[in-house]
Ligand binder design. Structure first.
Ligand code: FPP
Length: 247
């Protein structure tokens, strides 16, 4: 039986997050420049988005550029920014046709202006789409996000809008860039690395982690199905015991 047909559609992860890793190594394997890996990564982005939407996943978050990525050689950073702009522009029609809403998390105001504008425009044009939300993590770092929430809450306390002692998880979550997005239930990282790399640290408290050796440019629909099938075989206990969650 094919992999897709084995998936239990009533137990899909509502939100899948992906650390798209291995573009550079894949390019090197092929004797090419790193940007060739990123360019080929776009095909994997397309396939993953399509497969997730077809299944009925509600949210798909892709880690496209971390705050730490600014430290890469300028030529790679510039090429990545150009690729982001052209990809967003090119894929806008497909997003609209497939009723997919685009959102972004991260310090997006500090992206190059062209990239920021293109992104805002695509977000605005797709805001009423309802089939799936594609969230791009851009200039994102979980510690940046957490510190921003802390500072905003501290300011609100100073202004007497929040009482210290009354700050709850809900208050905190409302100040994260994922405020209206449910926590991911499945996090996939490609390329064999088994790190979180400053991604969604608060939100993955109970997330299932899935690591695959496949380099991102080679990730295809079947690889997503494999990850979901693996997720569906796991027992999610949320701190309880097996008998309690299987009742
Ligand atoms: C990690 O591989 C990948 C990135 C930092 C960039 C991912 C970007 C894309 C796939 C481009 C388009 C994306 C969208 C959403 C429009 P790496 O460079 O760290 O690989 P390495 O670990 O092998 O060096």
């Amino acid at each position: 039986m094919d992999l897709k047909a084995q998936i239990d559609l009533t137990r899909l992860p509502r939100h899948i997050a992906v650390i798209m890793d291995g573009n550079g190594r894949w390019a090197k394997q092929h004797g090419k420049m790193r940007i060739f890996g990123h360019q080929n990564g776009v095909k994997a982005v397309r396939e993953t988005t399509e497969a997730a939407a077809e299944l009925g996943v509600e949210y798909l978050t892709l880690y496209a550029f971390s705050t730490e990525n600014w430290g890469r050689p300028a030529s790679e950073v510039n090429a990545l920014m150009t690729l982001l702009v052209t990809t967003i522009r090119k894929e806008l029609k497909t997003l609209t046709k497939n009723n997919i809403r685009l959102q972004a998390i991260g310090d997006i105001k500090n992206l190059p202006e062209k990239c920021y504008k293109e992104l805002l425009e695509a977000i605005e044009l797709t805001k009423d789409n309802t089939r799936m939300t594609l969230v791009l993590a851009l200039n994102y770092s979980a510690r940046w996000e957490i510190m921003q929430a802390v500072n905003n809450i501290a300011q609100a306390a100073k202004d007497n809008n929040i009482q210290p002692g009354n700050i709850t998880e809900t208050t905190f979550e409302a100040h994260l860039s994922t405020a209206d997005i449910p926590d991911p239930e499945l996090l996939i990282r490609t390329s064999g690395e088994t790190r979180i790399s400053n991604f969604l640290l608060w939100q993955i408290a109970y997330c299932e982690l899935y690591f695959t050796p496949i380099f991102w440019p080679e990730f295809r629909k079947d690889n997503l199905y494999e990850a979901i099938l693996n997720f569906q075989q796991r027992e999610r206990r949320f701190g309880k015991i097996s008998e309690q969650v299987s009742e």
